[in-house]
Design a protein around this ligand. Sequence first.
Ligand code: RIB
Length: 296
Amino acid sequence: MKILCVGSLNIDRVYQVPHFVQAGETLACAGFSQAPGGKGLNQTVALARAGASVRHAGAVGEDGGLLRQTLRDAGVDDGLLAQSAQPTGHAIIQVDPSGQNCILVSAGANGTLERDYLAALLDGCEPGDILLAQNETNELPWLLREGRRRQLTVAFNPSPITPELPGYPLDCVDILILNEIEGAALSGESDPTRMPAALRAAYPRARVMLTLGGDGCVYTDQRETVRQGIFPVKAVDTTAAGDTFTGYFLAWLAEGKPVAQALRAASAAAALAVSRPGAVPSIPARRQVLDFLCKN
Ligand code: RIB
């Protein structure tokens, strides 16, 4: 089963801060670094490092060389990317001493995808292949409908939350992968214990994969509900942990593995990502995840 990821590619500018900057405050940073990121690119790299067959659709500007190289390094064809007249997307990320983050994104080229370009890449998919998207590119309502029309397995990570999101055709989604903030926004239920059932009721066609931070994750569909706890690690930087989880979860499902195994592998991969700095640089290879699982 092949996977097409349609998603953002960002240059992440990461600032180590003593605390998140407050309104009116000027804050000196303890460190700065720049690295490849973007939810789409992170998830594609996680899929590739997990061993999945993945193509990436997205756009970068003339300044996108680092992100093209990142795809090539992961064994993914960068020749499918659209070249935009807009600058490459970027993110400004504050990371505090506990490893938590706070992210601002500027879409740039990520907001310039055209339907003809996307349709040409969808033409390379067969019914049953996975179409994966997040909420950092344009044309998403069209893309979700088109994925369903072409009988693809539509996987959607509705991150970040935007005002338009509740109006998207989420009835076209087969696999909804989200965290508890996104879950609350889409179900209206803020109690994490009731959220899985609320999401299932709201999106009866979808298999729901809900991550709950320190409380692990829960998968639910009309047949089964499976839970997985976290693997405790010292958090260095939580950036891209959710993207790593998504990539590994889908890679294991694409291999036909049971949900419980996919959850365990995805949780292990996310734990490794949390223990390392950066977005793409923090995503572990399949061998590292398997070794970690053997030891834990
Ligand atoms: O999910 C983490 C990602 O969100 C970062 O890499 C940043 O680019 C933003 O898209």
